[in-house]
Design a protein. Sequence first.
Length: 557
Amino acid sequence: MMKLKRVISALLVLAMVFSLGACNNKEDKKTDTDSGTSDSGAAATEEELDYTFGLDTTFKSDEPITYSMMYSDHEIYPYQENWLVWDKIKEMTNVSFDLNIIARADYDDKKSLLINSGEAPYIIPKTYDESAFITGGAVVPISEWVQYMPNYMNFVETYQMEDDLKQITKSDGKYYKLPGMWEVPAGTGSEYTLVVRKDIFEKAGVDVTELEKDWTWDEFYDCLAKVQNYVGGNPIWSDRWKGDSLLKVVGQTYNVPAGWSLGDGMQYDAETDSWYFAETSEDYKEFVTLMNKFISSGILDPETFTQEDATAENKFKAGETYVIGSNRTVLSMYDQGLKETLGEGNYELYSIVLPVAKNNYQTENSRLENGIMISQKALDELGEAGFIKMLRFIDWLWYSEEGKIFTKWGVEGETYTVDSEGNYTLNSDITYNGLNPEGTKQLNVDYGFSNGVFSYGGTLDLAKSMLADDLKDFCERLNSYRTIKPLNPPVVGDEDQTEEMNLIKTPLMDYVKSATLQFVTGQMNVESDWDSYVASCEANNSQRYIDMYKEIYDSQK
């Protein structure tokens, strides 16, 4: 296998050298230095470049270099200048960062301001939606440059990511961000679900381990009613993320985009090979009816949709509620909080496989996640050769196996060890997401590793390497009981179509989002207010939007 990798790496290097030579033929021809050629004008060899690169090769610049980067500062692990991650990146690659540090809550807004003003740093990570930035020329159409990124291309080819990348490809045939890429869409422990107090459920006569295999939402409601009857009193379920995760995961089971996945409300029907507006469908009616049932029965706290996350967490940690939204990051926080309030051994947490409604799908089916945009300023100021050099650094840090292990686990011997069978273990004094819970230092807080700015995407083995036993168990159950939904075909309009659709989408989806909350909380009644709701969607040009969607899709067949 290693010989094969060396052969592939050599071929990629040769291809890139020829590509560098071909760059000289562009109309906007660079100087010999910028284009990566030697003084004689011949294509530069690998030895003549001022850095090393390639598949399975650590990027290393001959001279110290600094790249500007936007940095999303997470409140759970706030930025520290003396993190080990910065020192080791500089030591291994000779690269430092000039960081524009922005609080996570303000990141998207300030990102827009910086990009639109032409003041964006070179590297713009943690980008979920790049659509607003592609027409002004402020970010590079990065798909035109990925041939210079051997690790990125190797992952695309090895795990056949081409169809996934079509999901972010625009009407011009290009894509504008380097996405995080996973070998599989689920099974990494990051899927959002609900966690329950299994000890309380069992005392109420509810065996979640048996029921979750194929339970429906109505059956889940009955389980919750039993628990509420057992404990009595206030709502037993108060959720976080202001209900957006909850609406997303429940809506998905009804084939309804909602909450975080609301988007434009369009849904694909594979049987008829057509699209429809899910927010006025019968499935939507059933979805909001169920959600209102949780609220009106007193099971779900209506403050779910207004309260801050800390409020929901505190209710759960205090033993006032017994169900809450969860993922791999917050699960360990719940565990630690309950240890402090109830004491170890006095509770049991259990991440459930979500109930089914209209399908048997897992919540996630995309293998792509947030990604990196590159500002046009980087290309303008670095020149073509300098720009390619930066891309090769990015390729190593974000997309190589070595880079992924480094950004996730840290430094072998200093933060972790690995045995002969490839099993990773954090040093005993370091904890992270349920691993070594008695550790006094945290991998992300004290060292800067497993940092969302750097650590995303990768193989299933790498993702599973950092899962605690309870998350591994959840992933196995999830993949055993639920299937993965096929990707929807992309629908990409041209610039004019996209502009018109965005003008419709914004007020339309603002109305749908508001009405959904009113249906869920009981301010609107599904039976008596339904016709008025549909009419208001039509008044907000929902039919025009549907017609345009169908026209674009049919033209792409």
